[in-house]
Design a protein around this ligand. Sequence first.
Ligand code: FES
Length: 102
Amino acid sequence: MRFLPLDKLIHGQDGYRKRFKIDSIDLILSKENDQIVAFGAVCPHQEQSLEEGYIEDDIFACPRHQFAFDLKTGEHQAGHCQSLPIFEVNYDGNQVGILIGS
Ligand code: FES
């Protein structure tokens, strides 16, 4: 696994949300309730952009049809949709990023 830096930690205020497209990776980095999470930028249901979704108690709700996904596992709560990709957040100095395969 290698670290892919995305942004400086100082930018990560609560409510921060930013989309990153790097090669084939398309993700949202978000901070809510002091927790930084990284997940796929497109809903696995009908490809809605997830820059506007809603997070509560480690659950992300898509803004289009409100499908809810677990931000730890990516699983759809009701179990009838594909999972949302979840990325492992990591830190290096003042940088926040994700771990990706080698
Ligand atoms: S497009 Fe996300 S729930 Fe339908």
